[in-house]
Design a protein around this ligand. Structure first.
Ligand SMILES: Cc1ncc(COP(=O)(O)O)c(C=O)c1O
Length: 393
């Protein structure tokens, strides 16, 4: 019995289930049979097709979005003593990579409607040491980028987009991945397309692309994967102390097939979001996520917020009751400033970012993924409505 069948037989809707079809399996098997397991022709093809799909000049495949963010920040020259503005309402990857370079993550609060940072929340934290800003497109909804880019231009700052949630979102008609100086995507198992573990850096700048490419493979010069090809050259130079962040051809094989289905996956996610919106939009006991209409939403997450004054139980109890009704949920995010390491090392404390704290206390991420059946969606709707109804004040 597969994991999916086990969940179904128990009437459970898991929080996520990847959509891996026969095409993905065949492409991986083809890779295994080719004898080329690590970075090779499939990675090269995945990069080309990804760049073409979003209209970016360069796409560089790496082992995760964390690696992508690290390389992007390194490429714009962030170094020890610099400050980088990061939302507190995000996953720790966005903040931790700043510390890899000896720089300091400076946290910013989010907006109540989109949970994203914006130019006003960023401006409060600028200093003479600020070197870069990392806007995160929370849940797959883009930040309002024009004012952020304008601020960055006037202050000489780099903009690295954390688009771990945001493939294939758009901003005012432009695909994400073509807007900030560099953009980082994630292909982690739960993301909108997956390679198991994996990530991509996109940029329109040749110098940034060259730097990312070299530093993702030990700081080697030139076309490193070519080194192993039949007619490849054996000589290489190590021009810097780099990292080991390259993607494997096995992962790229999955990515090539998932990329073909990206638009279909987005449509299904949007459909599910719209069913949830219809089912919960009128309830006083919760708030549905707001699409502010800046472009296409990738709907990686559906963050429902409970309305505490309207309920006799808190968010954690709602999660537990949903679990008892067979619906697995999650919470995105525990703000970074509430985490022990950000408090101990960076001096943050509870109470500093009221919007993020309020959102965190209310947030429940509901299942939203293309492998959900209509019956799964009904099951989530029924469980949420029943739980909120029985818990009304
Ligand atoms: C906002 C955000 N950025 C970065 C990451 C890191 O992605 P990866 O697991 O591919 O390193 C995540 C992972 O969930 C994330 O949610």
């Amino acid at each position: 019995m597969s994991e999916h069948e086990r969940h179904q037989s128990k009437g459970m809707v898991p929080f996520h289930r990847p959509s891996i079809g026969e095409e993905e399996i065949a492409e991986v098997v083809d890779t295994l049979r080719s004898g080329w397991l690590t970075t090779g022709p499939k990675v090269a093809r995945f990069q080309r097709e990804f760049a073409a799909a979003i209209g970016a000049r360069h796409a560089l495949a790496v082992s995760s979005a964390t690696a992508a963010l690290h390389l992007a920040l390194e490429a714009v020259g962030v170094t020890a003593g610099d400050e980088v503005i990061v939302p507190t309402y995000t996953f720790t990857a966005t903040g931790e990579i700043v510390t890899y370079l000896g720089a300091r993550p400076v946290l910013a609060d989010c907006r109540a409607d989109t949970l994203n940072i914006d130019v006003t929340t960023i401006e409060r934290h600028l200093s003479s040491r600020t070197k870069a800003i990392i806007p995160v497109n929370i849940a797959g909804q883009v930040c309002d980028m024009e004012p952020i880019l304008e601020l960055a231009r006037t202050r000489g700052l780099a903009v690295i987009e954390d688009a771990a949630h945001a493939l294939p979102a758009t901003y005012k008609g432009r695909p994400i991945g073509t807007i900030g100086d560099l953009t980082a995507f994630s292909f982690y198992a739960t993301k909108t397309i997956t390679t198991g573990e994996g990530g991509m850096v996109t940029t329109n700048r040749d110098d940034h692309a060259a730097r990312v490419k070299s530093m993702s493979l030990h700081g080697l010069s030139g076309d490193a994967w070519n080194r192993y090809a039949a007619q490849g050259r054996w000589y290489y130079e190590v021009t810097d102390f780099g990292f080991k962040y390259n993607m494997t051809d096995v992962a790229a094989a999955l990515g090539l097939q998932q990329l073909q289905r990206m638009a279909e996956f987005q449509r299904r996610r949007e459909q599910i979001a719209s069913r949830y919106g219809e089912a919960f939009g009128e309830l006083e006991t919760c708030f549905v996520p707001r699409d502010v209409g800046l472009g296409m939403h990738a709907w990686h997450l559906y963050i429902l917020e409970v309305n505490p004054p309207a309920l006799r139980i808190d968010r954690n109890d709602v999660i537990e009751r949903l679990r008892q009704r067979g619906v697995a949920t999650s919470v995105h995010f525990i703000p970074l400033h509430l985490q022990p390491v950000y408090q101990r090392v960076c001096g943050y404390r509870q109470g500093q970012f009221p919007m993020a704290e309020a959102a965190y206390a209310r947030a429940i991420s509901l299942p939203i993924y293309p492998a959900m059946t209509d019956a799964d969606v009904d099951c989530v709707i029924d469980a949420v409505r029943a739980t909120l109804r029985e818990s009304r004040r």
